[in-house]
Design a protein. Structure first.
Length: 233
């Protein structure tokens, strides 16, 4: 709670005076501290997340945004439900997350234009194309709409496979935030387990030039599922 309040204070009192790079640095440090407080270690198969690509990842938990931001701050697109998370929803918004209303065509158009502008401005952008969280051990179909922004901006797509494991390497299901689970319940579940490792496997870049958004979505989903060793239809 003290860490959340500290984050809110930074956003209120410092962010109005900080440059874009300084904000990103603050977001990264705060996210690193948050995942550490939650007892989560972050491992990735690369030293750094590549820039100049649209990052897409499977979605498991409210932790996902902060795990990725602990490595490299991104401009995230996330479902509007996240905005209602106590404190963390607001903090994610201040860190650059933009929320999309599920099923709203007008919202998709707005986000699509936002993504293009951010990509062309050199920002690192990311979204969860499943559109919701899924239990570990499955990768839901990827929605194709937002992949159009990568095509329009001539940016490659970078699929990232994310999972949470315990000290034995087995999937740690306590981190899953799915169904009708409340945020409070999920927070208690995360804080009640030890030795959680967030593993990120960065796959090969997928060129967007000449591709169709549905093709990109299918290819990206296959790359994530293969990295997680999950069979999909």
């Amino acid at each position: 709670m003290l860490h959340l309040l500290r984050g809110m204070s930074i956003c209120f009192f410092l962010f109005p005076w900080l440059s874009g790079d300084a904000k990103k640095h603050r977001v990264q440090i705060w996210s690193q501290q948050l995942v550490r407080i939650c007892g989560v270690r972050v491992k990735m198969n690369l030293t750094n997340l590549p820039s100049g690509a649209v990052i897409v990842a499977n979605h498991i938990s409210w932790l996902d945004i902060f795990v990725i931001n602990s490595l490299a701050p991104c401009r995230f697109v996330a479902k509007s439900d996240i905005r209602a998370w106590p404190m963390l929803g607001w903090l994610a918004e201040q860190a650059g997350t933009i929320y999309i209303s599920r099923g709203s065509k007008a919202d998709v158009k707005r986000i699509y234009q936002y993504l293009i502008e951010q990509i062309e401005a050199g920002e690192r952008v990311a979204f969860f194309p499943e559109g919701t969280t899924a239990s570990q051990g499955q990768v839901l179909p990827f929605h194709a709409n937002l992949f159009e922004a990568a095509i329009h901006a001539k940016s490659p797509v970078l699929p990232v496979a994310l999972r949470y494991v315990d000290e034995t390497g087995a999937m740690n299901m306590a981190v899953d935030f799915i169904g009708d689970m409340s945020f409070a319940t999920s927070m208690v579940n995360v804080l009640s387990v030890d030795n959680v490792v967030a593993e990120l496997h960065v796959t090969e870049l997928i060129p967007s030039g000449g591709a169709h958004r549905r093709e990109l979505a299918v290819t990206a989903r296959k790359a994530v599922a293969a990295a997680l060793q999950i069979e999909i239809d």
